[in-house]
Design a protein around this ligand. Structure first.
Ligand code: MG
Length: 282
């Protein structure tokens, strides 16, 4: 694959991505896909989706997991509901994530992605160590499918994400770096974070955001905005990715599924911005 292929985060019947026809109409050659709901994670659905991708010249680069009951309403609700961290839903969700890995295999995709949740700060606690064991079991299943797992960034600092990955101790655990999430969650300067975790970054989101007011950071959301209009600094972001030797796709994420027209327009503008910067930097 050519370096820095433009991509977009897409959805079938779940998640905040665009539908495949938007990628096709905009001429975007790669997608990450939010996993569909269980009834549509079938061989027939995979074959149909792949046929549509092939007809449009689109490659699926990563399949993201997501679960019923997750809510991003505010930061505390996100911490209580998202990923494999909440203990009440952990066993059922890790089983579902294994099924999502199986579905990704049907799509011929070698990477699955996940918001693991807010990794507990205490590395000696029962919740943290249970999460480590659960993640190891998931990674072994993912490895048997010939896949890597990419953790989405944002819910913890770069340093704590590195600690977690070290403690899990599996060779198929990597990072999907999302610079805007570092701003939205208030977990650190995205460029400094990228430099710390860059050796583990195997996929990225191109998303932008503005910081919350200083007293509110980490307590309430920053604001997601169109690419190039926020505080990430897209040129610095891409130049840093180049310094790190990152060659994978540049996957645009615009999480305004409630406004499909604007979502498509913003993604088209973002693709143009990334193509211009790519021609200047690569
Ligand atoms: Mg993201």
């Amino acid at each position: 694959m050519q370096p820095w292929q433009i991509g977009v985060f897409a959805s079938v019947d779940a998640g905040l991505g665009v539908h495949l026809d938007v990628a096709r109409e905009l001429g975007i050659p790669t997608v990450q896909v939010h996993s569909p709901h269980k009834p549509t994670r079938t061989q027939a659905a995979a074959d149909s989706f792949l046929a549509n991708c092939n007809a449009a010249g689109i490659t699926v680069t990563c399949v993201f997991g997501g679960f019923d009951g997750e809510s991003y309403a505010d930061i505390p609700t996100t911490a209580n509901t998202v990923g494999l961290v909440p203990e009440a839903t952990r066993a059922a969700r890790v089983q579902e994530m294994k099924e999502i890995s199986d579905f990704a295999k049907l799509l011929g995709c070698g990477a699955v992605g996940l918001h693991v949740g807010f990794v507990p700060a205490d590395r000696t606690g029962a919740n943290y160590n249970g999460l480590i064991e659960t993640t190891r079991g998931l990674l072994d299943h993912v490895a048997a499918n010939g896949q890597n797992l990419h953790l989405e960034t944002g819910q913890e600092s770069a340093d704590h994400l590195l600690e977690f990955i070290h403690d899990v101790g599996r060779s198929n655990l990597f990072i999907n770096f999302d610079p805007a999430n570092m701003i939205l969650y208030g977990t650190g300067n995205p460029i400094e974070a990228l430099k710390k975790v860059g050796h583990l970054v195997r996929s990225v989101h191109c998303k932008d955001a503005k910081w919350a007011a200083p007293a509110e950071r980490g307590k309430s959301w920053g604001c997601e905005v169109a690419l190039g209009e926020g505080d990430v600094g897209m040129e610095t972001y891409l130049r840093t990715l180049k310094e790190l030797g990152y060659c994978g796709p540049l996957t645009i994420e615009r999480e305004i599924a409630h406004d499909r027209e604007r979502q498509k327009r913003d993604i088209g503008t973002a693709a143009s911005l990334l193509e211009r910067l790519r021609s200047q930097i690569l």
